[in-house]
Write a protein that binds this ligand. Structure first.
Ligand code: UD1
Ligand code: UDP
Length: 364
């Protein structure tokens, strides 16, 4: 069985790692190749994850880089097709909802290669999000769909996708977290940043809906500045957000907000786990905070990960200074019970590997 895994962005690397490792462990006949589209390319958005994860397979980089949605998606398609033809895999595995996911899925489906979608069925219901378009279309052309939660299975059924090829397996991003938590000792990174556990807030903001709106980003930064009078705010800045913060430099410099470069996975998780609270618009961070029981404010009107709100520590909050501050106070006053989300148990990738081996292995 030969499989091509397609990744391109930071969250893809985190999701693919456990699946590749589980297939290596469980399917001895499995040859695996990773195609990195190059959608993310800064060393701290890309190489650092490969250093941490040490994947046991060939990795080829298509070096596509940044561009408009059409340019980026089209370039990935053009460069992925020859790679697909060269390797002629039994199936192509795609992850999540980024442009690399959709581009590779379209190419594979049209070349007659089965598409396996890991993290299928998530829906925010918000078609202004580029990721929502990527999710809907990828699920329509996938042959095997691996859903992280029951709501995702229901979303697929509502779009007419149901049957033996839809599998509720749990969350692979949590697999990586479970695997790495024992080596995520916060002491070192706390010492490096000269902060104390539980005495800081961690922030990550990168959605276009927040950072491309001067008004919303200004509101968010003003709320963080206010919070930083009480708790230090550590803000690892995504490259999309960097230029957008320039006009807010004076506010930031006069506050306790500390901008830092994007962090490697181990440092980032180590900081998340010791934070008093997290403020984010990231998809993965909503899940990780829920698993670790860290209060989380998600600055978005909706989420494709509703279990993090109904069963976790996540609260949706509007991008206004007052909403963020009032939810921040509420979250600090509310105690967080240990969250236990069905099949978020560190074994999702093993379930996926079993099914993939049964479907596409040589015995078939
Ligand atoms: C992409 C995904 C988003 C995901 C995020 C994870 C899509 C449509 N969006 O958003 O769902 O949450 O990745 O982080 O696929 N840049 C750099 N260096 C890099 C990468 C990006 O400087 O290594 C800058 C470029 O100016 C680029 C901008 O960031 O134009 C946006 O990058 P892009 O990959 O297009 O989208 P993200 O915002 O990263
Ligand atoms: N992450 C990281 N360093 C950072 C910010 C995030 O390692 O500085 C990890 C985070 O723990 C999670 C993933 O990157 O596993 C989430 O990526 P991101 O927020 O960029 O994308 P999203 O999940 O929103 O698509």
């Amino acid at each position: 069985m030969k499989l091509l895994h397609v990744v391109g962005t930071r969250p893809n690397f985190v999701k693919a790692m456990p699946v590749i490792r589980a297939l290596t462990a469980q399917a001895s006949d499995c040859e695996q190749i990773v195609i990195h589209t190059g959608q993310h390319y800064d060393p701290n958005m890309s190489q650092t994850f490969f250093d941490d994860f040490d994947l046991p397979c060939t990795i080829e980089n298509l070096n596509v880089g940044s561009g408009s949605h059409a340019a980026q998606t089209g370039n990935i398609m053009r460069r992925f097709e020859p790679a697909l033809l060269k390797y002629a895999p039994r199936a192509v595995v795609v992850y999540g909802d980024v442009n690399s996911t959709l581009a590779a899925a379209i190419v594979a489906a049209k070349c007659g290669t089965p598409v396996i979608h890991v993290e299928a069925g998530l829906r925010s219901g918000d078609r202004t999000m580029p990721e929502e378009i990527n999710r809907i279309l990828t699920d329509q052309i996938a042959e095997q769909l691996f859903a992280p939660s029951r709501d995702a299975v229901a979303n697929l059924a509502a779009e007419g996708i149901s049957g033996d090829n839809v599998h509720f397996v749990g969350n692979v991003m949590i697999d990586t977290l479970v695997n790495f938590l024992p080596r995520c000792n916060s002491d070192e990174v706390l010492r490096k940043l000269d902060i104390e556990a539980d005495r800081y807030v961690m922030a990550t903001i990168h959605r276009p809906s927040n950072v491309d709106s001067e008004e919303k980003l200004t509101n968010i930064v003003h709320a963080l500045a206010e919070i930083s009078r009480e708790l230090v705010v550590i803000f690892p800045v995504h490259p999309r957000t960097v230029p957008k913060l320039a006009p807010l430099e004076r506010v930031i410099n006069a506050s306790g907000i500390r901008l830092v470069d994007p962090l490697g996975y181990t440092d980032f998780i180590s900081l998340q786990r010791a934070a008093r609270l997290v403020i984010t618009d990231s998809g993965g961070v909503q899940e990780e905070t829920t698993y670790m029981c860290i209060p989380c404010l998600t600055v978005r009107p909706n989420t494709e990960r509703p279990v993090t709100v109904s069963h976790g520590t996540n609260r949706l909050v509007a991008p206004t200074r007052d909403s963020i501050l009032s939810e921040y106070k509420l979250a600090l006053e509310t105690s967080t019970a240990r969250c236990n989300i069905e099949l978020w148990d560190g074994r999702a990738a093993r379930r996926i590997a079993d099914i993939v081996a049964a479907e596409y292995g040589n015995a078939r």
